[in-house]
Design a protein around this ligand. Structure first.
Ligand SMILES: Nc1ncnc2c1ncn2[C@@H]1O[C@H](COP(=O)(O)OP(=O)(O)OP(=O)(O)O)[C@@H](O)[C@H]1O
Ligand SMILES: [Mg+2]
Length: 457
């Protein structure tokens, strides 16, 4: 329809116009379903030639900086098969006919390319050319270009049709860009929502930990006050029992006295644990080797150990600054709990490990640790495990799941308070049916303290 036919009759011209309108209408409908800019460019190139009967068509796309055009779609000599372009030219803005159209944003018809110095021949030299810009969202996104082997092949009609095609394509490009922006906004929104949920969850977890810490602090104050007064009473009772001991000779009275002393002794242990929990123990820290402490504790606890203990001790532990007697008491409490969790036996392991603790490692800990070097003493069992909802309670004083009289519920409270008072922390990981691991983090002694003991830090 375009070019090659000479003068048209008025009726022929009307028919041509009607056909062109139908093609453009179909074009507009097809555009709706085109999913990407790449598909759009190939569709335009194919239909400008296939439907509108131009001899060839090349689409150039502008780069983001608006400095260069690249051939991205074509139908004609440049396009041998499929979506391929032979030697895709790059043309700077301002150069050649296409470059000038991109820069000026004005459509151009060149009637005789032999007389145009701007003409850049591509595959075969042509004689006439038409080029229209693609402008979308205020930016030049490319140009549509068509050449013809005869001079003067393009006129007003071709210009009008190609400008209409360019306008429709530009509008579609704008729509695709908006769809992409909406998709991006949606993805950003989904991402922010996920971040917000995560932050809210972290915050809730932190608040729960803070609440726990405050609760323990409050109970600790009360316990400390009570233990202190009770200790005074116990001192009076024990003192008087000792005084009586010399005067009693009757076996029955002696037996009563012994019962009273045993009860006072148990009361004293109770008080010690309560004071430890409320962090009011008078600690006597020393530089200690935790491996030695573990070995000594196992040796001394032979009577109460009902099953073998596996030791996995680090070769060269850092020294720690801790009260060894209270640390031993804490370890015994953990070992007894582990044994009690495995009434039918199972693997009980004690290990030591040097660890460097960073800010991000605080998540799993009940209380925060200052970043630094620690020696971690772990007691692991393969017992019944602790359900998630009970994990919050096990460090509470007097919390016990044992039968009445079988446990005071002060073992873990003592461990918790002692670790806090020693500048460390206790962590628990447990899975029902799999077992539990309690980890005690003891702050490593300073390098100077270690040097004094000729240990490597
Ligand atoms: N290793 C463990 N496996 C399973 N549950 C445990 C373990 N350690 C502690 N628990 C749970 O935590 C509770 C509290 O322990 P804690 O040592 O404070 O008190 P207790 O052992 O009950 O009594 P006490 O130690 O004063 O004699 C236990 O009763 C038990 O339910
Ligand atoms: Mg216990």
């Amino acid at each position: 329809m375009f070019r090659s036919a000479p003068a048209h009759s008025a009726q022929q011209q009307q028919l041509d116009e009607a056909a062109t309108l139908r093609i453009l209408n179909a074009f507009a409908v097809d555009l709706i379903a085109i999913p990407s800019v790449e598909d759009l460019f190939w569709y335009v190139a194919q239909n400008v030639v296939g439907q509108l009967r131009f001899v060839d068509c090349v689409i150039y796309q502008a780069n983001h900086d608006q400095t260069e055009l690249t051939q991205v779609a074509a139908l004609g000599d440049k396009n041998p098969y499929g979506r391929n372009i032979i030697n895709p030219l790059k043309i700077p803005f301002g150069q050649g006919i296409t470059g000038q159209v991109a820069q000026s944003r004005e459509a151009v018809i060149v009637d005789d390319l032999l007389k145009d110095q701007n003409y850049i021949p591509d595959t075969h030299p042509a004689r006439s050319e038409i080029c229209v810009p693609l402008v979308s969202g205020g930016r030049v996104v490319g140009v549509i270009d068509s050449e013809h082997p005869s001079p003067g092949a393009f006129g007003e009609a071709e210009l009008e049709v190609l400008t209409t095609v360019a306008a429709m394509a530009s509008a579609k490009i704008e729509l695709l860009a908006e769809a992409e922006r909406s998709k991006q906004r949606y993805q950003d929104l989904v991402k922010s929502h996920a971040q917000l949920s995560e932050e809210t969850n972290n915050r809730k977890a932190l608040e729960a930990k803070l609440f726990e810490a405050r609760k323990l602090e409050a109970i600790g104050r009360l316990t400390g006050w009570f233990a202190h007064d009770f200790n005074n009473l116990l001192t009076v009772i024990s003192g008087n029992l000792e005084l009586l001991e010399g005067d009693i000779t009757q076996p029955l009275s002696l037996s009563c006295l012994n019962d009273a002393r045993t009860a006072a002794g148990r009361g004293a242990k109770l008080i010690r644990d309560m004071l430890a929990f409320s962090q009011r123990t008078r600690l006597e820290p020393q530089i200690c080797d935790l491996n030695a402490l573990v070995n000594a504790t196992c040796e001394r606890s032979k009577d109460i150990l009902t099953q073998p203990v596996e030791l996995r001790l680090t070769q060269d532990p850092w020294m720690v600054h801790v009260d060894p007697k209270v640390a031993e008491n804490a370890l015994v409490n953990l070992v007894l709990n582990a044994q009690e969790a495995m009434p039918d036996g199972g693997r009980l392991e004690i290990s030591t490990e040097n660890v460097r603790h960073g800010f991000s490692d605080n998540q799993a800990l009940a209380t925060r640790l200052t970043p630094g070097r620690y020696v971690c003493l772990s007691v692991r069992d393969e017992g019944e495990g602790i359900p998630e909802e009970r994990l919050q309670q096990i460090f509470d004083p007097f919390y016990t799941s044992r039968a009445v009289g079988a446990g005071t519920g002060l073992g873990l409270s003592m461990v918790f308070g002692f670790m806090q008072q020693s500048g460390g922390a206790v962590e628990v990981q447990s899975k029902v049916g799999v077992g539990s691991t309690f980890r005690l983090y003891f702050p490593a002694a300073t390098s100077n303290e270690n040097d004094l003991l000729t240990k490597n830090p």
